[in-house]
Design a protein around this ligand. Sequence first.
Ligand code: PLP
Length: 458
Amino acid sequence: MSVPSAAINPSVCQDSSENLPVLGRDVLVPLVTGGEVTYAALDYAASAPALQRVWDDVAAYAPYYGSVHRGAGYLSQLSTDLFENSRTTVAEFLGCRQDDQVVFTRSTTDSLNLLAAVVPDGCEVFVFETEHHASLLPWRDAAVTYLNAPRTPQQAVETLDRALAARTTPDAPALVCVTGASNVTGELWPVRELAAAAHAHGARIVLDAAQLAPHHPVDIAELDVDWVAFSGHKLYAPFGSGVLAGRSDWLLAAEPYLAGGGASRTVARRADGGVDVEWHTTAARHEAGSPNVIGVHSIASACRALTDAGFDSLVAREQTLVRKVLDGLAEVEAVQVLSLFGDDAPRVGVISFVVDGWNSSHFAAALSAEYGIGVRDGLFCAHPLVRTLLGSDPQDQGECGAPEGEPGERSLNAVRVSFGAGTPDEHVERFVGAVKELVRDGARWNYRTEDGRCVPAV
Ligand SMILES: Cc1ncc(COP(=O)(O)O)c(C=O)c1O
């Protein structure tokens, strides 16, 4: 059974950024200084715009929407097929091995919390302090070793190797959690080498691909990682779903992440009054409740669209934008780009920076209000990493993403610009021009702090 799949009409492709068109390119936003401009969405690292093709595929399916795994009707069966076929599509997209499971979740955060819930008793977890909080924090019941920030990829591998070698219980299960691309610096981590180091010590490794998968091919078997986690909304599929894919043994040996219908195969009353439950021994074990079929369908659609467009051309185009931004920022003396591995380290389209004499929240507010450019400012849910990069005192910082200080004060936070498929040249050119103009001429408007955020004083 199948629903019509929307195909991109090649005639709408006008320039290379439209290889994979995204929604929202024509949205007009008001400027405080008067008039309107098209919105420049340069916050892909938080949530990327939807691909036009994803939107079209979801719209094409919507009339056929039905319950999944729980209906005799035609549309229920069609929706179930669509849901299970999406699993196959994601498995192919990730290069999964024969025995791997693809579990649909809500997000990367949900995926990593699911994995944390199934690690065997006594498992030791190793995480670099530079990770996003979604990788840093879920391991509450495990013994966690936080590894210091490495300053080169090689140092990362050596640090992990040393830490694993120093384990006092080398036979106990161990898990390494590492990001593929930093959500702060965009820098690529040496995943294959870290996986080899983990496996050499009998440990397993999960790849947080939230920022990698939208920009680069991710192949589980080729990278030799045990699990991969990513989010739909960063992969141009903003319908509330995510993925945890990888080894089945820990997943299927553990109690379900959520207990309920869908995860259970049979439930029977016992003579003593309780209930006996037989749980599924497939991914369904961790997908209790009615699944988000639209979200799952949208992820599969995005996987197909990225594969069809070809990562080679997507990466090549994105790298020209990265170069444009880095070269433009390098011309502004007051701007310092944040980097862990050095200026020449390979990175995806995620770049954070601070500007001398500017509070980052003020800078980001001016980019939005005066130029129609959407970036993010703050600590990007990676507090330890940003503090390390800024050399700032942990006590100075507020909540995740909350800016501090008044307009004009030196910033303890950073500004992040991020982009990817469908980003037109004009957006990054406008951004670089705006940075230069703001640094040279200052803001043209007054700003004030409201609920911890810098906003135009209108
Ligand atoms: C590297 C990284 N990991 C995990 C996450 C969490 O993703 P989500 O908010 O979709 O759960 C993010 C979100 O920004 C991220 O950048």
